[in-house]
Design a protein around this ligand. Structure first.
Ligand code: TXA
Ligand code: MG
Length: 344
């Protein structure tokens, strides 16, 4: 018997002018391209081409009941895909380009596949320059979910995209470096502008959004949905962003807690322990310690969260123990949301 051929993964392209033109041409022909954004990498296709968008669902193994975000090069293009309102324009002016996705009534030009049959569309202008240049060159809005197999941890580097989607129809990934934010965009439903709702905490804190709107954000109609059913807040699947290794979430965790764990369990701390604490631990315990940042700042924790979970997933631990961050400032709600989903 001949050995199985090695699967050829997608090729990674540096963001040169020639490569951008090449990848834009692929998108115009209805092919998929992995794209960098400030939040996580996306799996992009021409948002106005249903056949191209169908490839996204197939490559991710994503149910077609879960709609896609449409990415624009500029807020000036919003009116091409969605019916705007003053609240949406105020948020777009304040926060785009950036990690904010708005849900608005969709225009007929947006295929039903993209909106999963809903009357609304999710729209965002990403803050990554290379991504926006690619949208301009492609000449069409780009539909892009996170570029991970459905339910797995979102990718924050081009290599993550290649590793996760090898064996699919994806042939090319644009390398824009490591994602600066590291967690997905905040999603706000403005379908009814007098009742804005927060569908997903993300890279932009809700308080900043509330200040611009001059009112509080409501919560989704239902916090969780069952995979594969149409519900008001898709993406609020309770299990999502999950490593394969079981993860237990603690309200706090420090280096000394590692001493209580089995040696095949890893302890993921928010910050580097003090040297004195490290010296107290036997070497085989120090081996079971990892940390998300040197100093415990939320930006670094968020930036490293998904890549660290991926790395730990590959190391063969029986269980990951992780700790929530405290407070509701900045990226704290997004970090805790992703950790809770990873532990579900
Ligand atoms: O930061 C991000 O948002 C990244 C980058 C690539 O832009 N994208 C991303 O896409 O996280 P995705 O598909 O993994 O998550 C988007 C979420 C999904 O849970 C989807 O259900 C929800 O947005 N969504 C999309 N369209 C919607 C709609 N019309 N109504 C309600 N939710 C919607
Ligand atoms: Mg996703």
């Amino acid at each position: 018997m001949s050995p199985e051929p090695l699967l050829q993964g997608p090729r990674i392209f540096r963001p040169t002018t020639a490569n951008l033109a090449r990848l834009a041409a692929l998108l115009r022909r209805g092919e998929l391209v992995g794209v960098p954004s400030e939040t996580v990498y996306g799996l992009a296709a021409d948002a106005l081409n249903p056949a191209a968008c169908a490839k996204i669902f197939a490559a991710k193994g994503r149910p077609t009941t879960d709609p896609l975000i449409v990415h624009l090069a500029s807020a000036a293009d919003l009116g091409r895909v969605a019916r705007t309102n003053p609240a949406a324009l105020a948020l777009a002016t304040a926060f785009w380009p950036g990690p904010l996705t708005l849900i608005l009534p969709k225009l007929a030009i947006v295929p039903d596949l993209v909106s999963a049959g809903r009357p609304t569309v999710a729209v965002r202008v990403p803050a990554h320059t290379v991504f926006r240049r690619l949208i301009c060159l492609a000449g069409c809005p780009l539909a892009a979910p996170s570029a991970n197999p459905f339910g797995y941890i979102s990718p924050t580097s081009a290599a993550h995209v290649r590793d996760g989607l090898t064996g699919t129809s994806l042939r090319a990934v644009l390398d824009g470096g490591e994602c600066r934010v590291g967690v997905e965009s905040t999603i706000v439903d403005l379908t009814n502008p007098s009742r804005p709702r927060l569908l997903r905490p993300g890279g932009l804190n809700a308080a900043a959004i509330e200040r611009v709107l001059g009112q509080k954000l409501g919560l989704p109609h239902s916090k969780t949905i069952v995979a594969g059913t149409a519900a008001p807040a898709p993406g609020m699947l309770s299990r999502h962003y999950s490593p394969q290794t079981p993860l237990t979430l603690h309200s706090r965790l420090d280096a000394r807690d590692a001493a209580k764990l089995a040696t095949d369990e890893v302890c993921l701390l928010l910050r580097r322990p003090a040297n004195a604490d490290l010296r107290m631990l036997p070497a085989e315990r120090v081996r079971c310690l990892r940390w998300l940042s040197e100093r415990g700042d939320l930006e670094t924790i968020a930036k490293n969260l998904f890549s660290t979970l991926r790395a730990l997933d590959g190391e063969g631990w029986r269980r990951i123990h992780a700790a929530e961050v405290s407070g509701v400032e900045g990226l704290a709600p997004a970090i805790n949301d992703r950790l809770r989903r990873a532990s579900a």
